[in-house]
Design a protein around this ligand. Structure first.
Ligand SMILES: [Fe+2]
Length: 284
């Protein structure tokens, strides 16, 4: 089923609740920004109280963690605002502590947040080579996005994690004050964003301040949009992002999807034929 379209949402409008899920120590409050009602995969803003301590272990879900404020330590090593982790399913993380408290956003991509206390990774099949730990504010440079067709000038991104096979990525973007894009865009991937700081305005969904969030499934038209004073946000997709632009805000998801098929069919007919042929039908 997947997660429903969630837009716009502001984190402070969500009632915080105490996290009481299998394996987790007490001391975390969460605000759910989006959730899959079937498997429980979700995005949440979480706050760990000062003195929080979580024993070493792993989640059975792939998950990502980005520190928004404060500090946490893992086996004594300190991590601060701007720290990002991509943690494969079953990958063991050491003892987590937040001596003075910590606020973060986390993404559980396969199912609800769970935790299994452990002294090692789950098994030999854990994709340990995919683990990412990066301090985004110190060690990653801003770059001009290379998604084509491109958005208007005025957006920079920091790539934090890229899946080479699917093109799925997590990054930060920085939209400059006065940014303006005058068309409608949609994508073949889902896109998800949380405003760490700043604001933006989207014709269909209105104003999104600091703490603003959206989870947007594929082919949902969005735009024109603008940003008056600047935006700093964390952003995710589940496959490679292509900007499909048009100037018709009244097209629905099915029409947008069909338009992409028509464009690809015109531009690359052999590729389209090949895509829809079965293995036996294909003659190279
Ligand atoms: Fe978009």
């Amino acid at each position: 089923m997947g997660r429903p379209h969630m837009e716009p949402l502001v984190d402070r409008d969500v009632t915080p609740r105490a996290l009481r899920l299998p394996g987790w120590a007490s001391g975390i409050t969460y605000r759910t920004l989006s959730i899959d009602p079937v498997n429980g995969s979700c995005t949440q803003v979480v706050e760990m109280v000062g003195g929080f301590r979580q024993e070493a272990g792993f989640s059975r879900s792939e998950w990502e963690l980005f520190i928004l404020d404060g500090r946490l330590t893992i086996d004594g090593t300190a991590y601060t605002k701007g720290q990002y982790f991509f943690i494969p399913a079953g990958y063991r993380i050491g003892n987590i502590e937040a001596p003075l408290g910590c606020r973060a956003i986390w993404f559980f991509n396969d199912h609800y947040p769970d935790w299994v206390t452990a002294t090692d990774h789950r098994d030999d099949d854990v994709a340990t080579d995919q683990f990412v730990s990066v301090q985004a504010e110190d060690n990653v440079r801003w770059q001009v996005p290379t998604f084509f067709p491109q958005t208007e000038p005025g957006v920079f991104i920091k790539m934090l994690r890229l899946d080479e096979e699917t093109g799925a990525f997590t990054g930060l973007y920085n939209m400059c004050a006065g940014f303006w894009q005058d068309n409608v865009s949609y994508h073949d991937c889902m896109e998800e964003s949380y405003h760490i700081w700043g604001e933006s305005w989207m014709m269909q969904f209105g104003y999104l301040p600091t703490g603003g969030y959206f989870y947007r499934p594929p082919y949902i038209g969005h735009g024109p949009f603008q940003c008056e004073y600047g935006t700093y946000a964390i952003f995710r997709t589940d496959s490679w992002l292509v900007n499909h632009f048009n100037w018709n805000p009244y097209m629905n998801v099915d029409e947008n999807r069909q338009r992409v098929v028509d464009i690809v069919q015109k531009r690359q007919p052999l590729l389209t034929d090949w895509t829809f042929l079965t293995k036996d039908e294909f003659v190279p």
